[in-house]
Write a protein that binds this ligand. Structure first.
Ligand code: A3P
Length: 287
């Protein structure tokens, strides 16, 4: 591990110092994963906050109290962040937590456990756009530079948690069988109700139609944007400057079309295609 300005480098991956430390990674490595644990795993800006809202509601039968009273980072904490040591042990079972870790860096006790994983993937072009705006508003991250400069950093993996393709391939090639559920951000945008049904089955819950409606309604973009426990408005302005961009920014699929030039699109597509070549992984945005 090494220090690099705003970041620490963990196994070659950039992580913000504001929220991560050598101790927090050690804590994550040594955690005793329980069979009932549920991990929401994402590459940054793929819908983590959205799942931090959805999963507690699916687990508790649609009781809105936790999502209206507990900030998302304590409700569904990050495995590898510094707050984990303070809050993880106090979570009720089944514990739900989030992680940006690639598969091979999960805690050793995760692999032989029966813990489940919800892996959310998002169109990498939209991930990059979301991340670009996030870097502009978060004072603890390096300035992204121009859009073109940031695109090059993204493609070369000089961004938080490394290359998108490495992250996605690590989880898509994992041999977790029915312990892992793959969901895309795009499916959530298109049919949140359907995703909630799949998620409920995966987590062994059988919610009523009324509960599904209530959860879907609460978790829509416009409602989540108003929830102070989830929209990051509790974070001081000097750390996240909402006058530059809001954390819940647009919440759509395909915003990349408003940002990429045809040349940037061509280059991005070519690099991703090359790196995903031979994987047999198909995404809705590839069709
Ligand atoms: P945009 O910047 O494109 O709006 P993460 O939580 O992994 O950091 O991802 C953040 C992205 O998820 C942001 O994307 C944010 O707006 C989007 N998001 C969060 N909640 C959402 C919701 N309820 N509906 C749609 N998008 C949501």
């Amino acid at each position: 591990m090494a220090n690099d300005g705003n970041y620490i480098v963990y196994h070659g991956l950039l992580c913000p110092k504001e929220t991560h430390s050598f101790e927090s990674f050690k804590y994550a490595e040594e955690i005793k994963v329980e069979d009932e644990d549920i991990f929401i795993v994402t590459y940054p800006k793929s819908g983590t906050t959205w799942m931090q809202e959805i999963v507690p509601l699916v687990l508790n039968g649609g009781d809105l109290t936790p999502v209206q009273t507990i900030p998302n980072w304590d409700r569904v904490p990050w495995l590898e962040e510094t707050r984990a040591a303070l809050v993880l042990d106090r979570l009720p079972s089944p514990r739900a937590m989030v992680s940006h870790m690639p598969y091979h860096l999960m805690p050793p006790s995760f692999f032989p456990s029966k813990a489940k994983v919800i892996y959310v993937t998002r169109n990498p072009k939209d991930v990059m756009v979301s991340s670009f705006h996030f870097h502009k508003m978060a004072s603890f991250l390096d300035d992204p530079g121009t859009f073109d400069e940031f695109l090059n950093k993204f493609l070369s993996g000089q961004v938080l948690f490394g290359k998108w393709t490495d992250h996605v391939k690590s989880w898509r090639n994992s041999d977790l069988g029915d312990r892992i559920l793959y969901i895309t951000y795009e499916e959530m945008v298109k049919d949140l109700r359907g995703v909630l049904e799949r998620l409920s089955r995966f987590l062994g819950r059988d919610p009523s139609e009324e509960t599904l409606d209530r959860v879907a309604n609460h978790c829509c973009f416009s409602n989540m944007k108003l929830n102070a426990m989830s929209n990051y408005s509790l974070v001081p302005q000097e750390i996240m400057d909402s006058s530059k961009s809001t954390f819940l920014r647009k919440g759509v699929a395909g915003d990349w079309k408003n940002h990429f030039s045809p040349e940037q699109d061509f280059k991005f597509t070519a690099v991703l295609k090359e790196e995903m070549n031979g994987t047999n992984i198909k995404f809705p945005w590839d069709e």
